[in-house]
Design a protein around this ligand. Structure first.
Ligand code: AQP
Length: 391
């Protein structure tokens, strides 16, 4: 990728964020956060990691809980190895950690990008459809996809199918606009910082593709600056995703679905106690047969567990297959639970210590937001000039 015409950093920039919506799970960690830390520590990037509080408003929330969730996620970032410039100024390997809502440019750019985004593009986004409970035509015709609704509407297949379409319309009607517009705000989060790379799980690829489309659209539509002599050039870079070896950790109960906090029983939270981890792993589904073998197509559940083991223990899957050859699922699960509990032991202690000083965490966020805000301000001013709304 060519260098950004107005970029003055030597290192490529990367940006990513997580919503403060509760506890982090191992999918968030292996799909995104572990990568945040590794990329920071590589020293090859200028890193911006934010707390996506505006995004988190798209789901049901309690305003009294929100400040706690923001501080907790910031503590998570630091306890897992992100190194905020505010407290450790001299370190070369550090990240800017900031709070999205402290930087108005995110919302301003999202609004401007909204005017370039067709509603049709947003309505086909998988995350929106999943969260709003909207099925596509093909899914509506598969009765197993809407068992719940079928229970409510015990009619013949065809009648129910037409009623399902009505139910879908109701879901669309009530879905909040923020959920619909989520990908545009995400595009603004990324484009503001001239990010070349975005470390995320692969559930975000569709949103990132939209970001690239919007960058291209804006660059093509507004090629030159408004005042003569200010030069032209591209405003936005087209970012690429950076995935880990585990871009999609699957649910413990249903390995066909991604692990997600909406289904807590199928989710391993990073601050689960060793006893909770043992219990969840013990009841995780396994596949038919007894072999501990990586075969995502035919043995999705065990393959998911092997991936988790391999990523946390930093051991190749083939080595694990050999180690567990001839052993039972139960033996494998006991060891896996131990690996998980040990991996996050240090994190659990650090997080507790950090949360005992909420003012320090808030100061880190404010200081990071000031730094990020300066960069974002520059970009939004450039955007406003390009579209002609400066006087
Ligand atoms: N299962 C997963 N596997 C790999 N990566 C994942 N991510 C989320 N789930 C998985 C990645 O985590 C980062 C933070 O995502 P987020 O803030 O959007 O968190 P989320 O999507 O709210 O987490 P959930 O559990 O997926 O929420 P619900 O239940 O609401 O759907 C992103 O980089 C994401 O890719």
């Amino acid at each position: 990728m060519s260098a950004h015409p107005t970029s003055n950093t030597q290192h490529p920039t990367l940006v990513s964020g997580i919503q403060p919506t509760g506890r982090l799970h191992i999918g968030n960690y292996l799909g995104a956060l572990k990568n945040f830390v590794d990329l920071q520590n590589s020293g090859k990037y200028e890193c911006y990691f934010f707390i996506a509080d505006l995004h988190s408003l798209t789901e049901e929330f309690d305003p009294k809980e929100k400040p706690k969730q923001i501080l907790e996620l910031t503590a998570d970032y630091i306890a897992l190895g992100l190194n905020p410039s505010a407290s450790l100024g001299a370190s070369p390997k550090k990240s800017t950690i900031f709070l999205q809502s402290l930087i108005p440019a995110h919302s301003e750019l999202a609004w401007i990008l909204n005017t370039l985004t067709p509603m049709g593009e947003l309505s086909r986004m998988t995350q929106f459809r999943d969260k709003a409970g909207i099925l596509n035509e093909e899914e509506i015709s598969k009765p197993e996809k809407w068992d719940k609704e079928r229970e409510l509407l015990p009619k013949t297949h065809q009648v129910v199918q037409s009623q399902m379409k009505a139910v879908q319309k109701i879901h669309t009607y009530w879905a909040n606009v923020g959920l619909f517009d989520y990908p545009v705000l995400m595009a603004a989060d990324i484009l503001l910082y001239g990010a070349q790379f975005v470390p995320v799980g692969n559930d975000q690829d569709q949103h990132l593709e939209l970001t690239r489309t919007l960058a291209r659209k804006f660059n093509a539509k507004f090629p030159a600056r408004r005042s003569p002599g200010e030069g032209g050039g591209k405003t936005f870079m087209e970012p690429k995703p950076l995935h880990t070896e585990t871009p999609r950790v699957m649910s413990l109960k249903n390995p066909g679905n991604k692990m997600s906090k909406s289904d807590p029983a199928s989710c391993l939270f990073l601050d689960d106690s060793p006893t909770e981890i043992q219990a969840k792993i013990k009841t995780a589904v396994t596949d038919s047969g007894s072999e501990i073998k990586y075969d995502p197509k035919n043995k999705a559940a065990v393959s998911n567990l092997l991936k988790i083991y391999s990523s946390l223990a930093d051991k190749p899957i083939e080595k694990l297959e050999k180690e567990f050859s001839g052993k039972t699922y139960s033996e494998f699960k006991t060891e896996l639970a131990e690996v998980i509990a040990n991996h996050f032991a240090d994190y659990r202690t650090k997080k507790k210590t950090l949360l005992a000083k909420p003012h320090t965490i808030a100061a880190i966020l404010k200081s990071g937001s000031q730094k990020a805000g300066t960069k974002a301000e520059k970009k939004i001013s450039e955007v406003k000039k390009k579209i002609g709304i400066t006087i």
